[in-house]
Design a protein around this ligand. Structure first.
Ligand code: GDP
Length: 472
């Protein structure tokens, strides 16, 4: 409606144009930037985007290099079920008490910080697994600096190990391997390293670039050395933030506590958060009434890479929501109201993710350079054959990336990865499992199923040439 009146053309014509592009819209619907550009172009207009007032009058002031101070790395632990993620997090939580302060880490607030003997800090996200990691990423939040991939030395590289690796790689997050359970007589760490090497992940002690350490999370063996390797990796990353500005960060978790009201754990990523600050987090807002660290101690301020649970928001924001501090309470409230409205409108939102039938159009527009594919199949042979053939379809204009491949049904975690990485999912003789189908519909992820290798290759080829007929 709005764009029609801006161009002074009948609404029906705009709707018609959208339909010819394969987008069904109503007059009240918001269009994404790309569609707006194409629609306007059809009517001879060029679109100029000015910052929307939703994103949000926050003054983006570039930090001066001298204001940047090093900050602690933020680490997520991932790996196959039962390989020891929780045990590792628990061991670190129990043994590393912030030096000079009393009391162990007793509260589960979703993240915790530890201080090593050399005085350096590491912050851990306390929800292990790549699902949580990628769910946050699908919401546009990337908080993890380094991923620890836990692999049990008495087992193998399992499907979820592969998933965790793909998810970390798709996010561009460096990995450190923790080869766990080496206390067990059946443990064979070398076998794991060999298997990693076969996946092109050569560990450092074998001349590769990936750090790894043999540990026993249960006995605590090797854990300190593993943490030292985390710090080494962090040093290479040169993680820095400006502590002297209003705080920004991401919500890690939030809940309603019977006695205390809404309690949100937030991870400060830049700036310093103080009691009394007026905070906007997702569509919730409020003045910070109290802050607690992971040991339940009340604190007055929190700098970069510090997790804190805060009281004072008017609701429970969602994990992955960004938060910002506002000087003007009124302004924060206005933005919160606008966000709520926008979220309501977007429940009938236009297509957000790439689909196979969209590819040709986007390539023709010259705005599309890479196609991310997640490939699942019933047997290893066909997965490899398809993956090789897909990669060969890359052209000068468009690069095909297989961001994850594996044997087995299409899972929720595949859909999340597709959502976070704007990928399509191709299944060969496998179908979505459990809630994966529903999630794919909600996230608008294109899942294609094939049972003939050539059919899959031909479709992709056609799609890239803009020749694919839309799927029924
Ligand atoms: P998660 O599913 O990856 O979080 O795995 P858990 O931490 O829950 O561990 C699964 C099982 O493996 C539990 O019974 C742990 O006690 C056991 N486990 C974890 N780490 C070790 C280890 O280093 N050595 C031995 N022997 N058992 C371990």
């Amino acid at each position: 409606g709005e764009i029609a009146s801006m161009m002074d053309v009948p609404i029906t014509k705009v709707i018609g144009t959208c339909m010819s592009l394969g987008i069904m819209v109503t007059m009240n619907q918001r269009l994404d930037a790309e569609t707006l550009t194409i629609v306007a172009d059809e009517f001879g207009y060029e679109v100029q985007f000015i910052t929307t007032d939703i994103e949000e009058n926050i003054e983006v002031v570039e930090d001066r290099p001298e204001d940047l101070k090093s900050r602690a790395p933020i680490v997520t632990v991932m790996g196959h079920v039962d390989h020891g993620k929780t045990s590792l997090l628990d061991y670190i939580r129990k043994t590393n008490v912030i030096a000079g302060e009393s009391g162990g880490i007793t509260q589960h607030i979703g993240a915790y910080a530890v201080k090593l003997e050399n005085g350096q800090r590491i912050t851990f996200l306390d929800t292990p697994g790549h699902e949580a990691f990628t769910a946050m990423r699908a919401r546009g939040a990337q908080v993890t600096d380094i991923a620890i991939i836990v692999i049990a030395a008495d087992d193998d590289i399992m499907p979820q190990t592969k998933e965790a690796i793909s998810h970390a790689q798709a996010a561009g997050v460096p990995m450190i391997f923790a080869i766990n359970k080496v206390d067990k007589p059946t443990a064979n760490p070398d076998k794991i390293k060999e298997k990693l090497a076969a996946m092109n992940l050569l560990v450092e002690e074998w001349g590769g670039k990936y750090q790894s350490h043999d540990i026993s999370a249960k006995m605590g063996m090797g854990v300190n050395e593993l943490l030292e390797k985390v710090l080494l990796e962090a040093e290479i990353l040169e993680l820095k933030a400006n502590p002297n500005k209003p705080a920004q960060g991401t919500v890690v978790e939030a809940q309603l506590d019977k006695g205390r009201g809404y309690v949100s754990t937030i991870l400060v990523q830049a700036g310093t958060l103080r009691i009394g600050d007026y905070v906007l987090a997702g569509k919730n807002h409020g003045k910070i009434r109290a802050m607690f660290d992971e040991r339940g101690h009340a604190i007055k301020e929190a700098g970069p890479s510090t997790p804190v649970s805060v009281l004072g928001l008017d609701g429970a924001p969602t994990a992955g929501d960004k938060f910002n501090v506002y000087e003007d309470e009124r302004e924060a409230k206005q933005i919160a109201a606008k966000r709520t409205q926008l979220i309501r409108e977007q429940s009938v939102r236009t297509q957000k993710h790439i689909t196979l039938s969209e590819i040709g159009r986007r390539i023709a527009l010259g705005q599309f350079k890479e196609l991310n594919i997640i490939l699942k199949g019933d047997v290893d042979g066909s997965v490899e054959a398809l993956s090789d053939s897909f990669l060969k379809l890359s052209t000068e204009e468009i690069q095909i990336n297989i961001i994850h491949k594996g044997v087995g049904a299409i899972t929720e975690s595949d859909v999340l990865l597709a959502s976070a990485s704007d990928a399509i999912i191709i299944g060969f003789n496998v179908r979505p499992q459990g809630n994966a189908k529903m999630l794919a519909e909600k996230e608008e992820i294109d899942i294609r199923n094939y049972s003939i290798i050539y059919a899959a290759i031909d479709d992709l080829k056609d799609a890239m040439e803009g020749m694919l007929s839309p799927e029924m």
